[in-house]
Ligand binder design. Structure first.
Ligand code: ADP
Ligand code: MG
Length: 623
């Protein structure tokens, strides 16, 4: 185009596009839901702004918050249009090419190591999936603050932007035109598009229309010569209704009416493809598992076929009213712990009276529960205030509290329903029917999200006990299986007051520890904590169900023994000598101990000092 300005894609984006263009990936369908999801985001944005300023929506068709899909079979163009917020020239340059998001290189890496392209949306680069099916793409966009522009690229490392003096004015919003490759002809079939919208975009909260063809019967003046033949054919193929009409016609004014005939004609009209079900407003009893799973997929931007591990759908009444659906995802997102301390992003969508407000509302859930997906819709929160004011609204505290409670309940149930977890082996037959599916589900949860529970114990004092119930670990007696604190306690020896644990780098290392000798001999069970975060965890978890935690490598381990006093006396001189022999800045004290069985001596940490494992962790962090 004569007035085009050329830009180079940022290097990572360019690499990503190369990969997509050359991909042999079979599930190319995903591009459509990425485009629809972007259209929906753009509509959410304009609707949010319109809450405080109605003018923003404009007039007539421009004010219609909808998504339209159109096909041009001859030119092989598929276009998706929304009347969302649109993009200014600067937005087009930045969002579609020059600024790489953090997910770009992460995604490239993932795909190159065999990861599934399907997750492209989770990495924040979903738009580029258009190049799975198109070799040339135009993005026409109009933002309230700017003129209409066209962005275009053939995925050759560059894109062009020009003021749009060719196309019809959009009013506001964005139209994406995909010039489909020959192999992607199936996306010119209306039935294919209908199927995809049904499959992937059912829960989009804006109407999605397809410019769909329709065969209709039209009455046209009958040609005198052919009238006889025509009558015959139309009679033989006509439906009962038509016959009725024809009969009526004969009865009434058959003779006055000019003769007509019925012919098939193709017309086009906007056909609504989704029914905008707000699943969270429905009665949980009437929502099927399949519907929850689909809804989860739409939230997770994951269109594999994995089910969420668990969900909870509830409503709160009283001073603060809201409805919510929470999901434990099938898998942890790629950057869950990587960015844990830098980003504070909750994954809940906040709606106020059905209007989407934000999905970056950190006040809804504490950080340690940021792995949950879901949605909250409240009638109590005010609609026409800024996000900042909403963030300070007093109801949010109540909502957060209830959400945490429900989330922890949901996780607890996940454990309770897992037959691997339960001690009670004689269940009724009916209960056993879906056992297979639930077997091992808590171990799976623990594997993906266990660290979050530990971080919760550190961060959330008010729910510490509830969270501690969810802890799992191996012990000196658990035989490679995970066990819980409650199970540990149920196995405690008579007279055992404390919960014994030891920290280290691996189970194998800990099993050989001299600290365990005596405890093993006396048949005490010792918890193995082998995750670096466990050291921090145990600084916060002091007791559980009135039992204290005792690190067996630290001072203070008491194992009942009557000979203690005598031994102390008879070895008094020796311990004194040891202490003076080892300069006092090397050791605090030298004591007679009953914790050993075969080894002659062991170095222990003082009660409030760092354990040897903690020293190791701290050292590795400063290096
Ligand atoms: P994400 O949607 O995760 O941000 P995408 O690659 O899908 O990532 O889109 C990149 C960006 O391009 C979006 O964040 C948005 O700013 C912009 N964008 C894409 N499609 C549209 C649209 N239909 N209307 C307005 N902005 C859009
Ligand atoms: Mg997107």
């Amino acid at each position: 185009r004569s007035n085009a300005e050329k830009f180079e894609f940022q290097a990572e984006v360019s690499r990503l596009m190369d990969i997509l263009v050359n991909s042999l990936y079979s599930n190319k369908d995903i591009f459509l839901r990425e485009l629809i999801s972007n259209a929906s985001d753009a509509l959410d944005k304009i609707r949010f702004l319109a809450l405080t300023d109605k003018e923003i929506l404009g007039e007539g068709d421009t004010a219609k918050l909808e998504i339209q899909i159109k096909l041009d079979k001859e030119k092989k163009i598929l276009s998706i249009r929304d009347r969302g917020i649109g993009m200014t020239k600067e937005d087009l340059i930045k969002n579609l090419g020059t600024i790489a998001k953090s997910g770009t290189s992460a995604f490239v890496e993932k795909v190159q190591t065999g990861g599934d392209l399907n997750l492209i949306g989770q990495f924040g680069v979903g738009f580029y999936s258009v190049y799975l099916v198109a070799d040339y793409v135009e993005v026409i966009s109009k933002h309230n603050d700017d003129k209409q522009y066209v962005w275009e690229s053939k995925a050759d490392g560059s894109f062009a932007i020009s003021e749009d003096i060719w196309n019809e004015p959009l009013g506001r919003g964005t139209e994406i035109r995909l010039h489909l490759r020959d192999e992607a002809g199936e996306y010119l079939e209306e039935s294919k598009l209908k199927e995809l919208v049904k499959k992937y975009s059912e829960f989009i909260n804006f109407p999605i229309y397809l410019w769909a063809s329709k065969e209709v019967d039209v009455e046209v003046p009958a040609d005198e010569d052919e009238s006889n033949d025509e009558d015959e054919t139309s009679e033989s193929s006509s439906s009962e209704e038509e016959e009725e009409d024809a009969e009526k016609g004969e009865d009434d004014e058959a003779e006055k009416k000019p003769k007509t005939k019925t012919v098939k004609e193709t017309t086009y009209e906007w056909e609504l493809l989704n029914d905008m079900k707000a699943i969270w407003l429905r009665n949980p009893k009437e929502v099927t598992d399949e519907e929850y799973t689909k809804f989860y997929h739409s939230l997770a931007k994951d269109f594999g076929d994995e089910k969420p591990m668990a969900w909870s759908h509830f409503s709160a009444e009283g001073d603060v009213e809201f409805k919510a659906v929470l999901f434990v995802p099938a898998k942890a997102p790629h950057d869950l712990y990587e960015s844990y301390y830098n980003t504070k992003k909750s994954n809940l969508k906040l709606y106020v009276r059905r209007v989407f407000i934000s999905d970056e509302f950190d006040e809804l859930l504490p950080k340690y529960l940021s792995f949950l997906l879901g949605l909250v819709d409240s009638d109590t929160l005010p609609l026409n205030v800024s996000r900042e004011m909403l963030q300070q609204h007093s109801s949010l505290k109540t909502i957060k509290k209830k959400l945490i409670r429900k989330a922890l309940d949901m996780i607890r149930k996940l454990a309770e329903e897992d037959p691997d977890e339960s001690n009670d082996k004689d269940k009724k037959d009916e209960e056993k029917s879906d056992e297979d599916e639930k077997k091992g589900q808590y171990a799976k949860f623990w594997n993906e999200f266990g660290k979050s529970i530990k971080l919760g114990i550190i961060e959330d004092a008010s729910n510490r006990n509830r969270l501690a119930k969810l802890l799992r670990f191996e012990t000196s007696k658990s035989d490679g299986k995970l066990t819980s604190l409650d199970q540990y306690i149920s196995r405690m020896k008579k007279g055992q007051k404390d919960i014994f644990y030891i920290t280290g780098t691996s189970k194998e290392q800990l099993e050989k520890s001299p600290f365990l000798e005596r405890l093993n001999k006396k048949n005490y069970e010792v918890i193995f904590f082998t995750d670096p975060v466990d050291e921090y965890l145990m600084q916060y978890l002091m007791d559980y169900e009135d039992k204290k935690f005792q690190n067996v490598s630290k001072e203070g381990l008491k194992l009942k023994d009557s000979k203690d006093k005598d031994l102390k006396e008879s070895f008094k001189e020796l311990t004194k000598w040891w202490k003076s022999a080892l300069a006092s800045d090397n050791v605090d004290d030298v004591k007679i101990s009953n914790r050993l069985s075969d080894s002659p001596c062991v170095v222990v940490t003082s009660k409030y000092g760092w354990s040897a494992n903690m020293e190791r962790i701290m050292q590795s962090q400063t290096l």
